[in-house]
Write a protein that binds this ligand. Structure first.
Ligand code: HAM
Length: 427
């Protein structure tokens, strides 16, 4: 029988793997998560965790039935009478949780963050997976333009904390929802005479969702779009004023950005602010993060009133690529405080107890479970980069003591069982 491997577009993250791709090393993930959590804590964002599994309806109603995600990238299935989906993102689930648990009932704004796996049935390539991981943040319950700037400032602070500075931030306003249908019509009218020059995908989008054509990577299509109508010209006066406030606050925070009138994002729930953070060093999938304002999402999923909100999400795999591009060193295996080596049956039994005691007392300790020779156990201690080795031999056992070897200095000396804790923990 063939051995079963991971599904294409997914991967295992293993412990103790030195060198190679840090994305496949659990210690590197732990470090990345720690840095992200540290920044979120400083910004006073609270963590929220929602299920990986949601009702399909939540995603179709929020992200939009005509988007790529819903149209062709959902991992969904039916069980009994319910349609389930593996979440492709977390903004809709977080809003669902906010409404379900009346998180706004005590008044005030909620600042939330999350980290977790998402699923999209895309064609896997560099920086694009079927199970990928996002971290993100949402400010829920305010239409204050300062929140838009705060969210973008938070996003910038995370990449700053990793020392990633070669990034570009593109921003745009999608305006009020009333503007969009009129703009879509204008764009369609502009593109229809040019249809024969469009790619097959864009031809299809011209009918289903013309806004998506603005995202094109094709140079020819970009040229064709140069004279296209711009969304900003369809947006009402209040939206323009809101947009100037957002930009003013971004200037206050000294955040550098470029305005891109064709930035529309691939999810339907946005209104007003939209943005994307890109890196020139991570290949064709250059978006590190994206986000924006989604004032009407709450109603789309059954909320009784509007809940104005703004947020971002970022791909952790792409963060790894950006770190790799600047040759950042991510931590490898953590060294052990102590490795216990046993010689003989009785010593093996003693090592179990001693090892457990040292762990409970707060040391990082390990020992062999394979019944290997002393030499093999010493090799394992080296591999684990143990700072000390405790050798429990038959002779020592009779005398109620052990040999301790300091692996840095090479010094070796005897200690009684009773004085072990005092030696290692200074008690
Ligand atoms: P999104 O642009 O669809 O936005 O995804 C955010 C980020 O997730 C992308 O910029 C990218 O780094 C990463 N990403 C997306 N798909 C993949 C994939 N297949 N493989 C690897 N990484 C991927 C959202 O998800 C919105 N919920 C953002 C948001 C939050 N808007 C408001 N609040």
């Amino acid at each position: 029988m063939r051995t079963i491997k991971t599904i294409e577009g997914t991967y295992d993250v293993l412990p103790g793997r030195e060198g190679g791709n840090p994305m496949l090393r659990v210690e590197a993930w732990q470090r990345i998560e720690e840095v992200i959590r540290g920044v979120m804590r400083r910004f006073a964002f609270e963590e929220i965790r929602t299920p990986v599994l949601e009702k399909t309806e939540l995603i179709t109603r929020s992200i939009g039935a005509l988007t790529d995600i819903v149209h062709k990238e959902m991992f969904s299935f039916r069980r009994g009478k319910t349609d389930y989906v593996l979440r492709p993102e977390l903004t809709a689930p977080v809003m669902r949780a906010y409404l379900q648990h009346h998180m706004g009932s005590r008044g005030g704004v909620r600042r939330l963050f999350y980290m977790g796996a998402c699923f999209r049935a895309e064609r896997p390539q560099k920086g694009r997976f079927r199970q990928f991981h996002q971290f993100g943040a949402e400010i829920i319950g305010t239409d204050d333009a300062r929140a838009d700037a705060e969210i973008i400032g938070l996003l910038a602070a995370v990449y700053d904390a990793f020392g990633i500075d070669d990034v570009s931030l593109r921003v745009n306003t999608l305006g009020d929802p009333g503007a969009r249908p009129r703009y879509v019509e204008a764009l369609r009218r502009y593109l229809e005479p040019l249809e024969s020059e469009l790619s097959d995908t864009s031809k299809e989008r011209l009918r289903s969702n013309p806004l998506r054509i603005l995202d094109t990577k094709s140079v020819r299509e970009k040229e064709l779009l140069a004279g296209a109508p711009r969304l900003i010209d369809f947006v009402g006066q209040r939206s323009i004023e809101f947009w100037s406030r957002v930009k003013g606050y971004l200037d206050d925070l000294e955040i550098t950005y470029t305005e891109d009138p064709f930035l529309v994002r691939g999810l339907d729930y946005y209104t007003h602010t939209a943005f994307e953070l890109e890196s020139p060093h991570i290949g064709a999938q250059s978006a590190l993060a994206g986000g924006g304002r989604y004032d009407l999402l709450a109603r789309e999923i059954g909320g009784k009133s509007d809940v104005p909100s703004v947020g971002f999400a970022a791909g952790i795999e792409r963060l790894f690529l950006a770190l790799e591009a600047q040759e950042a060193i991510l931590p490898g295996t953590q060294p052990l405080d102590v490795f216990l080596v046993a010689q003989g049956q009785e010593a093996m039994r003693r090592v179990l107890r001693l090892g457990m005691d040292l762990r409970v007392a707060g040391l990082r300790a390990s020992f062999d479970l394979d019944g290997r020779s002393m030499k093999a156990q010493m090799r394992a201690a080296h591999r684990a980069r143990a700072r000390h080795v405790i050798i429990v031999g038959e002779e020592e056992l009779d005398r109620g003591c052990v040999q301790v070897k300091d692996m840095e200095t090479g010094d070796q000396f005897g200690l009684s069982f009773d004085s072990l804790a005092a030696y290692f923990l200074g008690v």
